[in-house]
Design a protein around this ligand. Sequence first.
Ligand code: FAD
Ligand code: NAI
Length: 328
Amino acid sequence: MTAPIAIIGTGIAGLAAAQALHKAGHSVQLFEKSRGPGGRMSSKRSEVGSLDMGAQYFTARDRRFVNQVQQWQAAGCVGEWTPLLYNSNSGVLSPSPDEQIRWVGTPRMSAIGREMLGELPVEYACRITEVFRGTQHWHLQDADGRNFGPFSHVIIAVPAPQATALLATVPKLAAAAAGVQMDPTWAVAVAFDAPLQTAMQGCFVQDSPLDWVARDRSKPGRDTTRDTWVLHATSTWSRQHIDLPKEQVIEHLHGAFAELLDCTMPAPSFTLAHRWLYARPVGGREWNTLADVDLGVYVCGDWCLSGRVEGAWISGSEAARKLIAQLE
Ligand code: FAD
Ligand code: NAI
């Protein structure tokens, strides 16, 4: 029997690769350091319902991804979100409608990861720290010293700084990944018992610590009685306040939100903060995927393309396509 293919990371890139390989008849084994799939496109369960703390929505511009989104829609895990959009520039808030189609996971962002994973085998709470080659095959070691393998090939589907650490045995790929810087994002969720007096459901923000604001419960299928909002800080503010305690981050961003709406905002009845250390790649690339086909190591993720959900999906799919072509 041929050894399976190891995939490190169950974000959308790793899952896209896993799905394509499985469909082509190859056996895969996934590894994930968290307790569930989805990565930056997952949601957090809370007492006020699930909250999308990472990816807020996604657009589909590439034909292949458009087809995939249609399949997700048919499976019921994706719906269109048509928020009343605003724009805030130098403190001036104005409606900013457009024609862009925006998609979200339903009833929560993480529904897509669950749908993609299906019954594929995954080892959760397993942070891979080393990827090494034996005489013929690849092996992995995790932070608890456990060994996994043998594997015929390895796909590394994690943010660039984390990929660099796993590519010690493939210096050329490690150097490429090391050249990609990723910026952090502080994300805060706030909930109010009584709805805020605004029609706004999403807002692109300039000239503020905030970059983006979304009325989470305006997304399709969200089941909550409270008025839930997700606030994202800019990369610059997040970098400058990277080690600020969560309570202070909440206070700052809640204050910036009140300033944005230009109102005396009630104290939220629920708050939550999450720090994404590797939220978005600085600059865009057109790599699709990185690979050393002779060694059998493939690298994918949003940072190989556009730094968006669509880019991550294409990158993972391309890694699988390249590997399948090698095996034929
Ligand atoms: P990830 O989702 O990061 O997946 C990598 C996975 O690997 C993670 O699950 C991680 O836990 C795991 N992992 C890492 N290291 C290891 C290891 N050593 N061992 C095992 N597992 C490991 N995109 C949009 O299109 N629209 C948006 O509105 C949008 N908003 C965003 C807002 C925020 C705050 C953030 C953070 C991102 C946003 N994005 C958005 C970007 C989008 O979320 C990403 O482009 C996409 O989800 C990346 O997928 P990925 O598979 O490449 O990486
Ligand atoms: P999109 O087309 O909706 O947005 C792209 C950009 O266009 C926005 O960032 C905004 O600046 C501008 N824009 C779009 N519609 C607008 C409107 N109606 N009014 C004013 N400005 C508007 O979506 P796309 O291209 O799929 O981008 C994804 C989004 O994800 C972006 O907003 C990006 O900033 C965000 N993102 C956030 C990350 C983070 O860490 N916070 C990481 C990766 C992506």
